[in-house]
Design a protein around this ligand. Structure first.
Ligand code: GH3
Ligand code: MG
Ligand code: MG
Ligand code: MG
Ligand code: MG
Length: 303
């Protein structure tokens, strides 16, 4: 990965000295230079920079101002910034660190120390990035169903609470669709559990294709899925459910399931409506509707 350093100093001689030192250590591929904080800040906004070395006293915009402007931007919070300070000024060093500097190097600098401090900062940044990545991965795993890659029940429940609160605050309609595969046990028994799993994955794909960006689709249980549809009144949710029912019924499976027609039953509920006071009754209404769909012959949508 090509690394870029930004050196900000009003002294051209010092900038050249720093760049030469870093080049000898082969820590970066690209070196950008700026004469003051403002120039440096503009470079940061337009380039991917991995580390900054920044002087404190400069015309137009000094190092402190550069620090506070940089740290006020979320995406630049973890950027390593090493200040160049004069040797004797203890208060300045402390102030710099308090305002978000990663470290400081005193001028005139010792090249060995400069390189060592830069190395430490790059290492810290690497660890931070790794931690961020693994946190994002963990978060994703914790809300995803491993078989279908739809959201799992945990995430669905969080989203239902959130969307219900939003709907009751803003007065929009929130619909819920529960769908359940008809005679799924028989599919497992006839074709095997693995083929059954493939049906679940295929179904998840069909459901996903129909979603708008703000809809949530989740695997609710073994062969039950839930669609959470914000800003969707009952009739519209019913139409979405009906379209899904037809798509599943018409889907041509491949492999050993070829020629097999698989159907789903769906129950739909909406908030606001007379019997829905909270998320529990929103689920209960959809569940009861699903039960009626099963009772009334399956491969149906009921409200
Ligand atoms: P109905 O039309 O009344 O819904 O009948 P059904 O057979 O679909 O309903 P039932 O609840 O009796 O059976 C559901 C089946 O789903 C039983 C279970 O083995 C199967 N199942 C649940 N989770 C999974 C899974 O992850 N993979 C597979 N292949 N099957 C699963
Ligand atoms: Mg200066
Ligand atoms: Mg960053
Ligand atoms: Mg079921
Ligand atoms: Mg079923």
């Amino acid at each position: 990965m090509a690394m870029t350093a930004l050196v900000i100093d009003d002294s051209e001689v010092l900038r050249e000295e720093i760049v030469r030192t870093l080049k000898e250590a082969r820590l970066f591929e690209t070196y950008l230079e700026a004469r003051d904080g403002l120039e440096g800040f503009k470079i940061l906004l337009n380039n991917k920079v991995d580390l900054v070395l920044c002087d404190l006293e400069m015309p137009r915009m000094d190092g402190f101002r550069f620090l506070s402007m940089t740290r006020s931007r979320g995406e630049l919070q973890d950027l390593p910034i090493i200040l160049l300070t004069s040797r004797e000024d203890r208060d300045t060093k402390i102030r710099g660190l308090e305002q978000g500097a990663s470290d400081y190097v005193t001028k005139p600098f010792d090249s060995g120390e400069l390189v060592a401090r830069v190395r430490v900062q790059l290492k810290v940044k690497g660890l931070q990035d790794e931690l961020k990545r693994s946190n994002e991965l963990l978060r994703k795993l914790s809300i995803t169903d491993p078989l279908t890659h739809l959201h799992n029940r945990r995430h669905l429940m969080e989203m239902v609470d959130k969307e219900f609160q939003r709907a009751s605050r803003k007065g929009g309609a929130l619909s819920l669709v529960i769908l359940d595969i008809d005679y799924f046990k028989k599919i497992n028994d006839t074709y095997g559990h693995q083929e059954g799993d493939k049906v679940l994955v295929t179904l998840a794909g069909i459901v996903c294709q129909r979603l708008r960006s703000y809809d949530v689709a989740a695997r609710y249980g073994g062969e039950e899925f839930v669609l959470l549809l914000p800003e969707t009144p009952l009739q519209e949710a019913q139409a979405i459910a009906e379209r899904l029912r037809l798509e599943v019924q018409d889907h041509v499976f491949d492999g050993s399931l070829h020629g097999q027609v698989i159907t789903i039953s769906l129950g739909v509920s909406t908030y606001p409506s007379p019997r829905v006071e909270g998320t529990d009754s929103l689920f209960r209404q959809a569940d009861e509707a699903l039960y009626r769909a099963k009772q009334n012959g399956r491969n149906r949508v009921e409200l």
